[in-house]
Design a protein around this ligand. Structure first.
Ligand code: BG6
Length: 409
């Protein structure tokens, strides 16, 4: 007998549901997980059907995945529908970024080492950058034009990364301990509303250009005739702020986009400069330390330090990274994010899944940005495919005397 079995069902038609009971063994030791890889408007009816047909068990699990709504109201509606049948401890809301090895490693880095936590605050950190860049385009996915980069990438993946960087140390890695801390970060995010929207956000849309040496079409050219003129953003940059003691005055610059020069996701923790240099006579001024956590590809961690260039000459300071490459350090293959997450569903471990209140708090932050853009008379700024987004995204950070980290891309 196989350990795992899988049954595909067409949930749009009750007649086609067939008799799942043949496959759902009534052994309490057998985990029962319903993975609803379906359109969100089918979540509610499907959950009800599961109950009606008596497939529901108190220890069953239901897995749902984005789009979990397109704003706060629709997200609440989905959560209400699912929670009419399933309790919160049975609901597994997937964000596949949380299943990525390097993202989990952020927890290890922060909470399994003594080194970072004492300096993980506004006294020592100047700012944080989160980049999730993709070289692919939006393609012909109909869904993308409805969602845009803000809903597709920021509301979920990027906000989750921000929470893991910014949260207080949880008491344990138990699901609710960790999710309570993430929720506090979400609730401390400074709202971006009204006139703040154009001041701290940038949205862009790619036009034709070249990526990896190949000519690529612009977003508008890829759209079907009835969607031409769409103002959907394929690039977003935001200067976010967290209003609490740890992070007051430390901007979190986030950016994501399609058709950027390369596929790279990384977190950059930019430390402050040293308070006083004893090396006035040195060649090259000390540069502030930087911790770069590369989520993909080439997963790894780089800590940029100042060292003295070898040689009998004067004091020549140079910035060199301590480079921890996962591929070089670990012989094991890196599992796909979904492998870990699906195993966690079976194990009944919810730590890496989003709780309802987290999801809703994320929408609360994102919604006013969307509203601001929808009310604006201007369209997203265009950028040439194969570049780092609209020039306004560069200005967003450079206005503050800082630059995007684009080292070694
Ligand atoms: C998905 C988005 O959630 O994440 C896609 O809908 C995006 O638009 C993808 O391409 C990126 O995932 P990854 O794992 O390739 O970084």
């Amino acid at each position: 007998m196989s350990v795992c079995s899988y049954v595909a069902n067409d949930v749009t038609d009750e007649a086609k549901w067939g008799d799942l009971s043949k496959n759902l063994r009534n052994d309490p030791k057998v985990v029962r997980a319903f993975y609803l890889a379906i359109a969100p408007d089918l979540f509610g009816p499907t959950c009800e059907y599961i109950q009606k047909k008596k497939y529901y068990r108190r220890d069953a699990r239901v897995v749902i995945e984005k789009p979990l709504g397109h704003d706060l109201a629709s997200s609440i509606a989905i959560n209400d529908e699912v929670s009419r049948i399933f309790h919160e401890d049975q609901v597994y809301r997937i964000d596949h970024y949380l299943g990525k090895e390097t993202v989990q490693n952020l927890l290890a880095l922060r909470f399994a080492n003594i080194l970072f936590e004492p300096i993980w605050n506004s006294a020592h950190i100047d700012h944080v950058q989160i980049t999730v860049a993709e070289s692919v385009g939006a393609g012909t996915r109909g869904y993308y034009d409805e969602s845009g980069a803000l809903r597709d990438m920021v509301q979920n993946h990027i906000i989750q990364l921000l929470c893991l960087v910014a949260m207080e140390p949880p008491a344990s890695d138990a699901a609710n301990a960790l999710r309570d801390e993430k929720l506090k970060v979400l609730r401390s995010l400074k709202p971006v509303t009204g006139p703040e929207v154009p001041r701290v956000t940038v949205r862009g849309q790619y036009r034709g250009g070249s990526v990896d040496g190949a000519a690529v079409a612009g977003y508008q050219d890829e759209l079907p005739a009835d969607k031409k003129g769409s103002r959907t953003e394929t690039f977003v940059a935001i200067k976010a702020e967290i209003q609490n003691w740890r992070w007051a005055g430390v901007p979190f610059y986030i950016r994501t986009g399609k058709r950027l020069p390369s596929r790279v996701s990384e977190l950059v923790i930019q430390f402050r400069n040293i308070p006083h240099s004893i090396f006035d006579h040195a060649e090259g001024a000390p540069r502030p330390n930087r911790l770069v956590i590369r989520i993909q590809p080439d997963e790894g961690v780089k800590l940029f330090l100042m060292i003295k260039d070898p040689g009998p000459g004067g004091m020549r300071l140079r910035e060199v990274p301590l480079n921890l490459s996962f591929a070089e350090t670990f012989a094991d293959r890196t599992p796909e994010a979904y492998e870990r997450l699906l195993l966690d569903v079976i194990r009944g471990q919810q730590t890496l899944f989003m709780r309802r209140d987290e999801l809703e708090a994320a929408w609360m932050w994102v919604d006013p940005i969307r509203t601001g853009w929808d009310a604006a008379t201007d369209a997203p700024q265009t950028y040439t495919s194969g570049t780092w987004g609209p020039t306004a995204a560069i200005a967003l950070i450079e206005r503050d005397g800082r630059t995007w980290h684009e080292d070694g891309y």
